[in-house]
Design a protein around this ligand. Structure first.
Ligand code: ADP
Ligand code: MG
Length: 255
């Protein structure tokens, strides 16, 4: 199947810190890719570049075959992005915010109304529809962020830690929403909550120190544990992200 999201050797440094050190990946329609890695591994930086919000130092990003930096308007039309922590406009009501986001996306009239209602229904926002965003609980704020990401039915969905800080019930709502959205889109979702990976993700990419250290189905990766240890995604994650410098192919630092 054709990739809707493609990253090719994407790189980013901040001063002397190499945050992303040549990451390549692709996600096809109907697929949920789990993007895993310890804190500071470069997940958010990669996702900011994948969504066209941060310019890479090198490499390419394509959404539906469109270069995000060469043709940003066309590329972003096909993209929904939930940033880390989901910054929102506190003084706006939920209704007002979604109306604003839909308008920015070029929706208007009955189409806008329908998109707002559908997004609200899928993210269970009815109870807070008229409330200002600043007064919402964390779970509701996150769902408002999700609603704006999905309301224009994007081909590609980039979700940065969508379940972080949510209670178990709220996590379940978000997980089933992701599975539901995956029918028509390509989704990349970052998380460090490994328990939710098998239920949500079709495939997994693990990064450490800005590089891919493993890629495959969750059960394949779970087998990559030190000799004698029980296969588990958690043990494999620990093993893959702490032992040695990732990518012994050479290149990083002086090596
Ligand atoms: P993750 O999302 O996997 O936790 P990040 O992509 O947020 O990781 O961060 C990767 C690395 O880049 C970290 O070392 C972080 O401190 C650094 N970093 C991220 N953004 C900036 C920035 N704007 N300025 C300086 N360093 C940054
Ligand atoms: Mg992050």
């Amino acid at each position: 199947m054709d990739a809707l999201l493609r990253l090719e050797d994407v790189r980013k440094s901040f001063g002397t810190i190499t945050a992303v050190d040549g990451i390549s990946l692709s996600v096809a329609r109907g697929e949920v890719l789990g993007f895993l890695g310890p804190n500071g591994a470069g997940k958010s930086t990669t996702m900011k570049m994948a969504s066209g919000f941060l310019r890479p130092d090198g490499g390419r990003v394509e959404i539906c075959g469109i270069d995000v930096w060469a043709r940003p308007v066309e590329a972003k039309r096909r993209l929904g992005y939930l940033p880390e922590g989901a910054p929102l406009y506190d003084e706006m009501t939920v209704r007002g915010f979604l109306k604003f986001c839909g308008a920015v996306r070029g929706l208007f009239g009955p189409g806008l109304k329908r998109a707002m209602e559908e997004a609200a229904e899928r993210t269970h926002l009815a109870p807070v529809w008229g409330q200002s965003i600043g007064t919402l609980s964390k779970g509701f704020r996150r769902r408002v962020g999700l609603a704006q990401a999905i309301m224009h039915k994007p081909d590609v969905l980039i979700l940065d830690e969508p379940t972080d800080g949510l209670d178990p019930n709220q996590k379940q709502v978000v997980r089933s929403l992701i599975r539901d959205m995956a029918k028509d889109s390509a989704i990349i979702v970052s998380t460090h909550i490994l328990e939710e990976v098998p239920a949500v993700c079709d495939r997994v990419v693990i990064i450490a120190q800005g590089r891919v250290v493993a890629e495959g189905a969750a059960e394949e990766i779970a087998a990559r544990v030190p000799k004698g240890e029980e296969p588990s995604l958690e043990a494999a994650f620990r093993h893959l992200t702490t032992t040695g410098v990732p990518g012994d192919k050479g290149g990083r630092a002086a090596a």
